[in-house]
Design a protein around this ligand. Structure first.
Ligand SMILES: Nc1ncnc2c1ncn2[C@@H]1O[C@H](COP(=O)(O)OP(=O)(O)OP(=O)(O)O)[C@@H](O)[C@H]1O
Length: 112
């Protein structure tokens, strides 16, 4: 299994969710976050310490998927979240060891 964390622009959320639903994704977690990338982040020195300023609102999607669905999901997110403008976001993919559906006790691919 893989976990996909995608940081996207908030106005792209509906489009990304619809596109992911079409390729068979059955669940995801969505969080309102703030962040910065290369373009918007700059730092300030205040009383000797360095502070990051200019955090922008973003949406973080988290999806855990069987391996064979992960690449397709990544491609789908890239397509749907792309505007070509600065700050379109990033996708991080990592390995997941276990998944468990609490109601039934099902595990791993059967649980995601
Ligand atoms: N290295 C990182 N680790 C964790 N989160 C990141 C990282 N880089 C970017 N993010 C998150 O992704 C959001 C969008 O990043 P953003 O698209 O601005 O990155 P960028 O590298 O500056 O690319 P671009 O040139 O397209 O603006 C950030 O606001 C932040 O929340």
């Amino acid at each position: 299994m893989k976990k996909i964390e995608a940081i996207i622009k908030p106005f792209k959320l509906d489009e990304v969710r619809e596109a992911l639903t079409e390729v068979g994704i059955t669940g995801m977690t969505v969080t309102e976050v703030k962040g910065f990338g290369r373009q918007k982040g700059h730092t300030e020195i205040y009383r000797g310490a360095e502070y990051a300023v200019d955090f922008l609102p973003k949406i973080k999607l988290e999806l855990v998927l069987p391996d064979q669905l992960a690449e397709q999901a990544v491609e789908t997110i890239i397509q749907a979240a792309h505007s070509g403008k600065i700050g379109d976001g990033k996708i991080f993919v990592s390995a997941i060891e276990q998944a468990i559906r609490i109601r039934t006790g099902e595990r791993d691919d059967a649980a995601v």
